[in-house]
Every structure is written in structure tokens, then in C-alpha cells.
Write a protein that binds this ligand. Structure first.
Ligand SMILES: [Zn+2]
Length: 245
């Protein structure tokens, strides 16, 4: 039987650097690799590069009022100047469409990893008409919490086969979120004091940290994968390249 292909991915989403450093340390400790989708420039990007454990992609915000720009080309261009080596994209709020695909293709990006097909068995890459490969998500932390389906052992099985792209947010991992209330509380608290999420400290996070949530699940998942190298996929770029043939 063909085993599934697990992939770890992360959306930066303006997380403070220390929360990303925790992820670098975790993957390093377990000898794993992942893909990191970038929203903003910060010193942690060079630490991600130096770790050799992360493929970098962009996490563009196409919504009105975006700090990344006003048109798809402008938004993608501003992030590509931060991460010139980016190989793929996943838009903030999982925005997708013809203009975004065309903007990715124009910049030579190999894949778009924003289609959420949570819990669907047998997922495979799909080569869009632009040549940009659609790599679906199998698990997304905030959506699982919103649906009241906390992550658990049911996600750690070797059958059935197919792509299993996991998407985690460093902030939800740091909060070990069991629901989205802690994150909402943190954001409200930071806003009331005029502190940006990017600048928030572990002390700011502390009152909102939960137990047995997303962070605990990520640690369980990385241990599961450390012990099962045959279930680990290569980098997403390799999935896209082999799909394109
Ligand atoms: Zn996002």
C-alpha cells in the first residue's frame, strides 16, 4: 500500500519572532522539515534560512487595506522582495482565484497551498491551467478549532494514502489553543495597550495560554513523524515539480 505523505506547514501571520524560534527548535530537535509562509520581514527569516529545515513561501494578504499592496501583482511583488527565494504561496484567509494564480505564475511560483480540503482522503496535487500547482490542505489549526473538532489521534494514521498538508499558526501553537477564545482575548488585550502582535512577549501571552491544544498536538505529530520517516513527504516544491512532470 502507498503510504500517505505528511507535510508540516506554517503561516507566519505576524507572529512574534520568539514563537517562530520555538518552531525552528522543535523541527530541529525532531529532525523534520517544513514550509513557512511569510507575512512580514523580521530577523527570524534569516534564522529560518540558516536552519536548513524550512522551504520558504509567501503568505500574501489580498484583502482591502492590506499592508502588502493594492493589486495582486503589487501584493505578491512586495512579499517576493522580502523572500526572493520563495517557491510557493498560500494567501491569508486562504484567498484564491484567477488573479492570484496569474500573479503567482508571473513570479515563477510553483504552487498555491490554500485549498482547504480538511479530512478528505486521497488528496493529490492538481496542476492548474496557469501551471501553478494546487496543493490542498488536509488539516488547518484555526479551522479545526472553529469547527469544534480539536486535533487528535484520528489525524495520525497511516491509511488511507494521499497528501496530508498540516497548517499551523505559530501564535496558536504558542497559546496551545484549545479554542479561539484565548487568541481573541490576547488580541483584545494587546489592542487595549497599543501593542502589536509582532511585538508581544511571552509574558503578554501567558494569561491566555491553554493546555492540551494545538501546540500539544503539533508536538505529538512531530514525534509521530520522527518515528515514521516513511510517512514524511519531501518539500512542497518537490510535490509541485513531480505533479508538473
Ligand atoms: Zn493567514
Amino acid at each position: 500500500m502507498i503510504p500517505p505523505r505528511y507535510h508540516l506547514t506554517f503561516d507566519q501571520d505576524w507572529a512574534p519572532d520568539w514563537a517562530v524560534d520555538d518552531l525552528i527548535e522543535l523541527l530541529d530537535r525532531q529532525g523534520l522539515t517544513g514550509t513557512f509562509f511569510v507575512t512580514h520581514g523580521s530577523p527570524v527569516l534569516d534564522r529560518l534560512r540558516r536552519s536548513g529545515r524550512f522551504e520558504l513561501g509567501i503568505h500574501p494578504n489580498f484583502l482591502p487595506g492590506s499592508s502588502h499592496g493594492n493589486t495582486p501583482a503589487e501584493v505578491v511583488g512586495s512579499l517576493m522582495s522580502l523572500v526572493p527565494e520563495a517557491v510557493g504561496a498560500r494567501a491569508h484567509y486562504l484567498v484564491q482565484g484567477t488573479p492570484t494564480l496569474q500573479a503567482y505564475a508571473a513570479r515563477g511560483l510553483l504552487y498555491d497551498a490554500a485549498s482547504l480540503r480538511d479530512d478528505v482522503a486521497g488528496l493529490e496535487p492538481f496542476v492548474s491551467w496557469t501551471g501553478v500547482v494546487d496543493l490542498p490542505i488536509w488539516f488547518e489549526d484555526d479551522v479545526a478549532l472553529q469547527r469544534g473538532r480539536p486535533p487528535g489521534p484520528h489525524l495520525l494514521t497511516s491509511a488511507p494514502a494521499g497528501l496530508r498538508v498540516f497548517n499551523f499558526h505559530p501564535v496558536l501553537v504558542a497559546l496551545d489553543a484549545c479554542d479561539l477564545q484565548g487568541y481573541a482575548g490576547l488580541k483584545a488585550n494587546l489592542a487595549s495597550r497599543g501593542v502589536r502582535l509582532t511585538d508581544a512577549t511571552p509574558t503578554d501571552f501567558a494569561p491566555f495560554v491553554q493546555r492540551g491544544g494545538v501546540g500539544s498536538f503539533l508536538r505529538t505529530l512531530t514525534t509521530f513523524l520522527e518515528e515514521r520517516p516513511h510517512l514524511r513527504g519531501t518539500f512542497l516544491a518537490e510535490e509541485a515539480r513531480s505533479a508538473r512532470g
